[in-house]
Every structure is written in structure tokens, then in C-alpha cells.
Design a protein around this ligand. Sequence first.
Ligand code: B12
Ligand code: SF4
Length: 460
Amino acid sequence: MSRVVLVNLASLPMPGNQPIFPIGLRCVQDALDRAGHVTRLVDFVESPASLDDLEWLDGRWDVIGFTIRNIDPIDITCNTHVDEYIAFADRVRTELDRRGLDPVLVGGGPGFSLFGSLLVDRLGLDVGVIGPGEQAILDVANDPLSFKGRGSTVQGRRHCGFLTDTLRHPSSLMAAYTNAHRAMIGVETRRKTCYQTCGYCPYAYIDGENAGDLKPMEILAEEIVGIHRQGFRRIFFTDGIFNSELRYAKEVVGLVRELALDGLSWSAYFTPKPFDDEFGEMLQGSGVEAVVVSPDSLDDRVMRNLGKSFDTRHVLRFLERSRKNDLPVRVNVVFGGPGETRESIRNSAEFINENLRDDELVMHVGYRVLPATALARDLGMTDDQLLYPAFYPFDFDVFNWVIQDLDSRFVTPQLMMNLMAGRAAARKMARVLSAPAVTPPTGTTFLALAGQGGGNGCDH
Ligand code: B12
Ligand code: SF4
């Protein structure tokens, strides 16, 4: 039996951070608890004082686990969170030295997984876990000393408990997060890597090896009812794509409808394909708050460049079905992708002007390049160069073209804020030093963007 303290670094007060309920860390803690280890979860939203006094360090822990959810801030104009994580880890290590304590330090989480080796090094950790954490943390807890001083990462593995164990979160932690305005909690339904291959997306890498496990409906029902009982009214199903397996997605929607929990609403990332009439009809009245799709561009050539497995015809059909069933739709578009030109912006804007209602467009400019993606490979950039936000090179005129081409009804204060944030982030970035492996379309003056600052325009 080991003593393990788990620290939610996503709850640190940092510019551009809005902490959300730490479900990943709770999965890890639940696995440890069930195996008989002694655990404590430290969350600075739940107990802000723990940040100042670090009293939890006195617990004679064998293992300290840190979760890093986001590398990049929500606000594109804020700098990275990495410096705050490094400073906090330094502080913890200094305090441990002062107390003569030497537990094994472990890192994990989705943001951490993207830059595992770099972060092990920069945070001075003993070991980092890439992907699902339950089995790996059990390995560490079962024999902490064998992980001391490794300075490397291990790959997470499939966790069978996902199929059998109901997650029941502690009331005090739940209460800390239900207090937030319009609080939303994540719920996992599947452990399955997304089958699509969007060029900017690292999900397959983050999710790691998994057997495509689908959570049984009775366990999902217990989790949702428990969450509702503790006061949450909004849930987000955390799948890469909620409806990539339509049959299972229909079961989940059927379950939410059947539970009919008072005031409960939900959302998720959807794809326009597969999406049939029956699914559209089921969604109506299910409490779905937003059917979010991410074509990212509405120009077929750029969509192909991005690696999308559907085109504008599928988006049109999806919109028709949504209209028929009165579904609240959100369409994510990120201008400035590979091969974006004056003409492709015009095509996308035309599609938007003709087919979207005023409140349906969510728009950003600039693709944050992440490790283990096709964009990173195209640019030949190393993880080191990507740790501080770097954008895929795009023509700076994109900002003007978007304003020129979109109907004025879309040029809202929110859209202007996104554009200004994108511009501000872009200005802060330096020229890429190494010559990118991509050839920009002729006739465009590309600004090569990399270096400190910025953020990601796209979270899916
Ligand atoms: C669902 C989701 C959302 C939902 C969250 C809903 C909610 N209330 O929970 C919404 C849409 C709100 C969202 C928003 C954002 N997101 Co998001 N999101 C995701 C997504 C798809 C799944 C995350 C998830 O909950 N998974 C399920 C849980 C159970 O898994 P997990 O957290 O990964 O935990 C497992 C392991 O990581 C590991 N683990 C976790 N902690 C620890 C600790 C230790 C010690 C160990 C050993 C292991 C370990 O074990 C866990 C169990 O197996 C991921 C992509 C992905 N595939 O992971 C992006 C992702 C996490 N998001 C990301 C980003 C950037 C954002 C935003 C900043 C985007 C924006 N600009 O607005 C915001 C920030 C939100 C916030 N306030 O923090 C990035 C983070 C990396 C980065 N680039 O910084 C990701 C990775 C996507 C990407 N672009 O690559 N997001
Ligand atoms: S962006 Fe969405 S659809 Fe594309 S690969 Fe990633 S999870 Fe799959």
C-alpha cells in the first residue's frame, strides 16, 4: 500500500485559465482507492489555502502526481501556462528538500501527454505518463522506488475498470465546481481513438492504446444520476467525436431521454457524418444544449487539406436535419489552415452567409500546431519549438478577407474580439527559423509564426 497525493495543476490561478472539474485526475484517484492505496486530491478551487501553505506536503507521501490538462490558455492573447507549471514544481521540490522528503514525482493528463518528455525534464519529475493513467499510476504505487530518478515517460494502457467501476465524485470537490457560473462537468462514455485524421489533431496520440471500450449504460446512468444529484445541470460527453459510432451514440441519447433528469442539459463534439434522420429526431427534446460540429473550413479543398473525412455536402445535409428537428447548432470554423487563400476564404464565407444563422458560427483564425500531428510534421518543427504556442503559417490578410466577405450579421463583438485576439497573438510571434517543409501557394505573402505567445484557435 502506498500513500499518493494527486495535485490538480489545472486549478492553479493563472491568466487565461478557467478551472473545470478534474475528471481525469478523479479516474486516476478512483483506481488507486479501489486498489487499497491511501490517496488525497489537492485542488486549489476546492481549497485555495493549500496553494499558500502547501500543508499537504507534510503527508509523508510515497508518490506525488501532477495533472496538466491544458498547455495553452483559453484566451488566445495570454501566454502559455508552462512557466506557471515549472515555477510551481520548483516550489514543491524546494519545500520537499527543506522537509527532507523525497517522494516519486509523476506527471500525467492530456496536455502533459502532448509534451511528456519535455515536461518530465522541465518540471524535474521522476516519470511521466502518456495517455490513460490508471494502470500506470497503479504500477508506480505498487513499486514507487523502481520509478525514482527515471526521468522518462511510460505509455498508459487499457483500464478494464472503465467498464465496471462507477465514478462517484466526493461532495466537497463537486460543491467547489458547481458554485461556478453555469458549471459543466465532463462525462466519459467511450475509450476509443477517433478514426479521422485531421492534420492538426493529436487526439489519437493523447488517447493512446485502447480497446475501444464503450461504457455500459447502467454505469453511465449511475454516473449521470450521481452528478445531477450533486447539483450539476450541464454535462459534456468528452469523446473526440460523440456520434462517430452512431448506434452507441443513439443509446446514450436514449438513456439521457429516459432518465429525464430535471433541468439537465448536455453537449458534445459531433460530426456531420454519420448523422441520420433517426439521430436528428432523437436529439430533439433530449436536452442537447449545442450540436457542435467542426468542419473548420467550408471550402472543400481546404477541408481535404485538413484531413476532414466529410465535405460541404455533408455539412449541408447535417444542417437540413438540424433545422427539421429544431436543434441548436454551432459550427466551428478556423481560418488560416493549410492552403487557405483569398478564394477559399470567399468560398467559406459564401457558405456561411447562405446557410448559417447569426448565432451558429464560432470562428477563430490560426491553427496552433501540436506535436504528433501532420501539421507539425509538415513544418518539420520539434516538440521543443512547439511547447510555446506556434501557429501554422498563414497570410496575414486573412483577417481583412474574413471581415470583407462575411455578412455584417456575423461581425459581432465576439467575432471582432476573436479576430483582435488572433492578430495580437500573431504579432507577438517570431519568424520560424527553420525553412518549413510546406510550399505556400504562389502569390501569397505568408507570415511564418512561431515562438512565445498566442494560443490555439481550435480545441477540437
Ligand atoms: C472534452 C474536452 C473539452 C471540454 C471539457 C468539458 C468538461 N467540463 O470537462 C471543453 C469543450 C469544455 C473543452 C475546453 C477546452 N479545451 Co479541451 N478537451 C477535451 C478533450 C476532447 C477530452 C478531455 C477529457 O475530459 N477526457 C476524458 C478524461 C477522463 O481523460 P483525461 O483528462 O485525459 O485523463 C486521463 C489521462 O490524461 C490520465 N491522467 C490525467 N491526469 C493524470 C494525472 C496523473 C498523475 C497521471 C499519471 C495520469 C493522469 O489519466 C486519465 C484517465 O485515463 C481533450 C482531448 C483529448 N482527447 O484528451 C481536449 C483538450 C484537453 N482540450 C484542450 C484545450 C486547449 C481546451 C481549451 C483551452 C480550448 C479553448 N481555447 O477554449 C478549453 C479549456 C477548458 C478549461 N476551462 O480548462 C487541449 C489541451 C492541450 C493544449 N493544447 O493545451 C486538448 C488536449 C485538445 C487539443 N487541442 O489537443 N475541452
Ligand atoms: S479533430 Fe475531431 S474529428 Fe478530427 S481527428 Fe481530431 S477528434 Fe477526430
